[in-house]
Design a protein around this ligand. Structure first.
Ligand SMILES: [Zn+2]
Length: 386
């Protein structure tokens, strides 16, 4: 006699177990009898049709009729059955088409079943209840640092910049020498560098290190492309810093470089002022403070009005009303000399460069006070940015 969904008089765990077992037994028995596509369609509709399918009936007769105190338990079982019935109906169809089936039960992946008999044997194994949903891998989301990096990059892309990248293992030449850090120059000491060992036999310029900034990509780009260029370089950099609330031996930068004829400091100011407004809101003001970088002359630090207090002074801006955000300057003619053969005649072209720390900007933007939170992989922290 064909299975009919019973009304439940008793909502105890034992009574529910019995009802579920009877339903599953009927499901497998009917699946056994399916021998062709048309029979399968009937089978599917009998169990899954929205109007009066067996799943709809258990929803009405079991869940909706359940007293308030039993609703939670009955609801959980009905949901499990919905998943289980759907996977068995699907599996029966796939196996009828000779497609092997893999499924999971309680997070355990069951070997691919080649036919209905072997599938049924695995599925009804008392240890593996396939009507229990498997473990679903949660969808990932962009890491806050990557998210900020992409935002910065897209601001410059909208201004016509292209995106470049370069190696994280660099030679001394690209990381320092060609950026106008001569050997033994004290400016090298400001970037605590992680050197790769066993390089003593090589000339200094060929020795390998982990890049301390994204600036070497300026040289790589100019070697590959004659002027004019406008490029942004997002990437990971390394310093021999001890990890604390504001330092990490690995962090991220976005570098920018524009070279053309007649590029002036005004172009640099206009570009960065626009970028800061795009990133932090149209009301922020920028100011440029004299600074020093070996590869730019003149060099400047860019400060923006505190986006928290609007310039009045608060804890974030240390009561100054201003926040220092990035370094920049006009490309030093000495840097062009290293790529002169590719059209960078310091007499004819000029340009500007800038670089910013992505973690620092992310921390300011979201009010995060410990850089280590970015690297600990704690989902409770990261999911706030999803
Ligand atoms: Zn402030």
């Amino acid at each position: 006699m064909a299975y009919t969904v019973p009304k439940l008089e008793d909502y105890s765990a034992a009574a529910l177990d019995k009802a579920v077992e009877e339903l599953k037994a009927a499901l497998y028995q009917e699946a056994d009898a399916v021998s062709n596509e048309n029979k399968w369609k009937e089978f599917r509709d009998r169990w899954m049709a929205r109007k009066n399918g067996i799943l709809t009936q258990i929803n009405d007769l079991w869940l909706k009729a359940a007293p308030g105190s039993a609703k939670r338990e009955v609801g959980a079982r009905v949901n499990q059955l919905k998943t289980g019935v759907a996977s068995i109906v699907e599996a029966k169809h796939a196996l009828a088409l000779n497609a092997p089936v893999t499924f999971t039960s309680q997070g355990i992946e069951i070997p691919r079943a080649k036919d209905w008999e072997s599938f049924r044997k695995l599925a009804t194994d008392p240890v593996l209840d396939i009507t229990l949903p498997g473990i679903r891998r949660p969808l990932g989301a962009e890491h806050p640092v990557i998210k900020t990096m992409n935002e910065i990059v897209s601001v410059f892309r909208a201004m016509g910049y292209s995106v470049a990248d370069g190696p994280e293992i660099e030679t001394d030449y690209y990381n320092f020498e060609s950026l106008n850090f001569p050997p033994n120059h004290p400016a090298r000491d400001t970037q605590d560098t992680i050197f790769i060992s066993g390089q003593e036999k090589k000339q200094q310029r060929d020795r390998l290190l982990l890049r301390t900034h994204t600036s070497p990509v300026q040289i790589h780009t100019m070697e590959k492309h004659p002027p004019p260029i406008r490029v942004v370089v997002p990437g990971k950099v390394h310093r021999a810093d001890t990890a604390d609330a504001t330092h990490s031996p690995i962090f991220h930068q976005v570098e920018g470089l524009a070279v053309d004829t007649n590029i002036t400091f005004c172009d640099l100011k206009g570009t960065l002022d626009h970028a800061m407004k795009a990133l932090f809101g149209s009301s922020v003001k920028t100011r440029f403070y004299p600074s020093f970088f070996p590869f730019t002359e003149p060099s400047a630090d860019v400060q923006i009005t505190c986006f928290k207090c609007g310039g009045k002074g608060c804890r974030l801006c240390k009561m100054s009303g201003w926040i220092e955000l990035l370094g920049c300057g006009m490309v030093d003619p000495n840097v062009f000399n290293f790529v002169e053969s590719n059209g960078y005649d310091a007499e004819k072209v000029s340009g500007f460069a800038f670089g910013m720390g992505v973690e620092r900007i992310t921390m300011l933007k979201y009010g995060i006070d410990d850089i280590q939170l970015f690297y600990q992989g704690d989902v409770r922290f990261l999911e706030q940015f999803a």
